[in-house]
Design a protein around this ligand. Sequence first.
Ligand code: ATP
Ligand code: MG
Length: 569
Amino acid sequence: MRTTNLYAPTLREVPAEAEVKSHQLMLRAGMIRKAAGGLYTYMPLAWRTIKKIEAIIRDEMDKAGGQEISMPIVQPAEIWQESGRWSVYGDEMWRVKDRHGRGFCLGPTHEEMVTTLIRDEVRSYKQLPLSLYQIQNKYRDERRPRFGLMRSREFIMKDMYSFDKDVEGMNVSYKKMYDAYTNVFNRCGLEFRPVEADNGAIGGGHSHEFTVLAEAGESNIAYCSECDYAASDEKAELKVIASAEEEMKELEKVSTPDAHTIEKVAEYLNLPLDKTIKAVAFQTDTNELVLAFVRGDHEVNDVKVINLIEGAIELRMADEEAITAAGGVAGFMSPIGIKEGTKIVVDATVMGMYNACAGANEKDFHFINVNPKRDFKDVIVADIRMIKEGDACPHCGAPVKMTRGIEAGQVFTLGTKYSESLHATFLDENGKEKPLQMGCYGIGVGRTMAAAVEQNNDADGIIWPRSIAPYEAIVVPVNAKNEDQMAVAEEIYQGLLAQGVDAIIDDRKERAGVKFKDADLIGYPMRITVSPKALEEGSVEVKIRRSGEVKMVEKANAISEIVEILKNL
Ligand code: ATP
Ligand code: MG
């Protein structure tokens, strides 16, 4: 490629609409352009990187036994109605109608499609295991599309689905994908962690998220300072914190005027926060009230709460009326005195507290000497709190650390969730009909590219890992009008191409400074500069983008030396 032919309009200014580095830099490097909120065009340079990431993914999926297919993006409503997800998927699903008024959606994911594809034709255990995958656009009408390709409404996803005859088989398929994902992200040159994750609306068994470590990430992950435990904060399990045993005192109502927050209450009563119990009132998508209680210094993990409530998909803060109807008073709530039948979930640590302070369900009053074991009736007890820095690792007990990351991929075991609702069965060795055991595995291709930029940049621009760089090396004649320089640059460029190096030559008749700035911004891993001074000495200059290291290479054996340096990048 010659830059005189390349469509990559670079920008010197930081675009105002872009909040995070990857979004800013890809706009500035002329790699992406916005069409509308969450909808982007991948320009030539970005498309090359996308193709390289896809090639790595394909290679690993094929090695793991996957077969590539391509299913329609437009999916009939019927299969989603059959699985039960048409009504539960919510506003994120991009719904469309055809000219006859029939319902369709633009696929946000393909469990229904792939399961109905194979259900009539996979009939025997002899056809298993089977893994099918595709790489295509997905559509999710995100509530807040943002950060460019990181959270867009149309995005490229690799989605794979595995079918096995039994749970052991499913776990083998899962492990294969876990390993394949590890290879993919290693080959893309990313620093990442597989973290234990929540299954979310997709349902099923266990799951890991492959999280690229980066400050701009939307995922919070907890990892152990001692062992290799890592989990998303939504998922991270917590041990019960035991309270020192005390004699249970008699419940007492005390006045706490205007103390609406637990901090104010603790201050007013001169109590440490870990002697208080705080409430969060939620309502489910079906308007059921759910009251959650954690220790005053802890936070409620709403994902853990959702998982306790059968059929709930989303939680929102409860309306005042719903709270009042259940006998509660916002800001002064506890399980004591709440109407029977109200769903109340209490964190397991709270149940072990003695003589604590909690709301009295009366404006401006709290109870002291609350002993949950004695005073809380008909409550669901579970781990519902959010992990925080310093909490004990559930595996070894050492303190955990928190870091931010970008979820670039996720693997799930699904069990029979979809095969049962969609009647995908097979006959086992004994001729017995059984539902297929499934797994599903996604990688966001555009998000992986954005994550790579997020993790690899400096003040001058992007620093691509070589394996996914749009071009591996750029050859820059300082003065393209000078025939000698151009001839040497051309020779090196052709020589690199002949060696299979993905090279580009900057043949623009621009000032050297402009060319260097663009090369740094776009982030080619290596720049080879042909300057008059070096030529006089019979050499060319090789600069490594990441380290800034400069090396003079003899012109006579430039190609082999450059190829060698590239190999080690
Ligand atoms: P998130 O929690 O970030 O919304 P998700 O868990 O819903 O993502 P999955 O259903 O697991 O996403 O999809 C598989 C992969 O697709 C994700 O790991 C991510 O890399 C990518 N992905 C999901 N949503 C988007 C999006 N809106 N824009 C870009 N990539 C996305
Ligand atoms: Mg996910």
